[in-house]
Ligand binder design. Structure first.
Ligand SMILES: [Zn+2]
Ligand SMILES: [Zn+2]
Ligand SMILES: [Zn+2]
Length: 375
């Protein structure tokens, strides 16, 4: 995928020169028979990547580290400390309750979070044009243009999303501007080329109705300079920017995207899933390659199934429209503690989640309103 600057097929980066796609003139199509397929239908087509080589065999993964893993147990003091520090970060929460509530029970779980990230590339081609300024034209006379997946470009760093536009080598040709017919200017539609329009105040009568003095706006001439063309009667062609000619070429649009699949193992505690999805975890397993293979033998069956499901979902979603460049699957351990407490005759719960002991409180008993938004 590396771009070799000495190569004839090197491409110009057009990221800054986006122009709306437009069908090329018919005579251009006749000159480019080998791209007929590309120009069917809506004149925009996704090219399918070549099939990948068959997969490597499944390897055995050592899960002993998981089985031996002991999540540090959250003690009562740690549970209270986490709550106090959470409460002190909120202006509306009083710390007296956190300091004096009675902790009755700590229910601890270690959850597994599986993530699959897939970095893929998709390519779209479309005809486009830009004003022609006298630079060398890389047209069909310099060779046949490559098929879209053969155009070599610099791939951004893995998992870094980007969209860029390139000019397909040897696809360019210069044509007279179809909008102004090669004149670089066209007649102003505001004044039909006259440079002046009828005075809007007196409607050309030179004086206003029932008034004897002449119209002040047009000084009695009945006409005003056309504001659309500043009195010139013509306008610079917006299509060719006055250059009279257009460079038509096939533009290759490449999109690099990340897809994410995420699964957190069952826990039967009331902590919201979206908090656990972004909780800080302890990395247990990481596998990164151009293609990763489903985990089949993880001690938690849910996680193995999630891996199989995630990989199947990503390949089904991407197979027909993109090429997978890199995949990364991870398994992390997320500690979660449900703290049952008693305060002023009532019992309730809060949660401590993640390796950094984040807190989620359902109904904190000591809240004030100081005018801020309670979240
Ligand atoms: Zn005008
Ligand atoms: Zn007037
Ligand atoms: Zn023009």
């Amino acid at each position: 995928m590396d771009r070799d600057p000495s190569e004839d097929d090197s491409v110009a980066d057009l990221s800054l020169e986006a122009e709306s796609p437009l069908a090329p003139p018919a005579e251009l199509l006749e000159q480019l028979p080998s791209y007929d397929r590309l120009l069917q239908g809506d004149r925009q087509q996704i090219f399918f990547p070549p099939l990948e080589a068959p997969g490597r065999p499944q390897e055995q993964r050592p899960w002993s580290s998981f089985l031996e893993h002991r999540t540090p147990v959250v003690t009562e003091e740690e549970a209270r400390e986490a709550l106090l520090s959470f409460v002190s970060s909120k202006c509306c929460y009083g710390s007296a309750a956190a300091g004096s509530l009675v902790i009755r029970e700590l229910r601890q779980r270690t959850l597994c979070r599986y993530r699959l990230e897939t970095f893929s590339e998709s390519r779209i081609s479309e005809w486009t044009f830009q004003p022609f300024t006298n630079h060398p034209v890389d047209g069909p006379q310099r060779g046949a243009f490559p098929s879209l997946w053969d155009v070599k470009v610099q791939v951004p760093p893995m998992f870094q999303e980007d969209t860029r536009k390139f000019q397909v080598p040897h696809s360019s040709s210069v044509k007279e501007c179809h909008k102004c017919h090669g004149r670089g200017r066209y007649k102003c539609s505001g004044c039909h080329g006259a440079g002046v329009v009828r005075c809007p105040s007196c409607s050309g009568a030179r004086r206003k109705a029932k008034q004897s003095r002449r119209c002040q706006l047009c000084a009695g001439s009945g006409r005003r300079r056309c504001s659309t063309c500043s009195g010139r009667g013509s306008k610079t062609c917006a299509t060719c920017k006055g250059e009279k000619k257009l460079l038509h070429f096939i533009q290759l649009v490449i999109m690099w995207k990340n897809s994410l699949f995420e699964f957190v193992s069952e826990h039967q505690l009331g902590c919201p899933g979206e908090l656990l999805a972004r909780a800080r975890g302890e990395n247990l397993f990481k596998d990164e390659n151009s293609t990763v293979y489903p985990i089949v033998d993880f001690p938690l069956r849910d996680i193995s199934l999630a891996s199989q499901r995630g990989i199947a979902e990503h390949s089904a979603a991407l197979a027909s429209r993109a090429r997978i460049l890199q995949q990364r699957q991870t398994i992390e351990l997320i500690p979660l503690t449900e703290v049952h407490y008693w305060y002023q005759g009532k019992t309730s719960v809060y949660y401590i989640y993640g390796t950094d002991h984040q807190v989620y409180v359902v109904n904190y008993p000591e809240r004030y309103c100081c005018g801020c938004t309670i979240v």
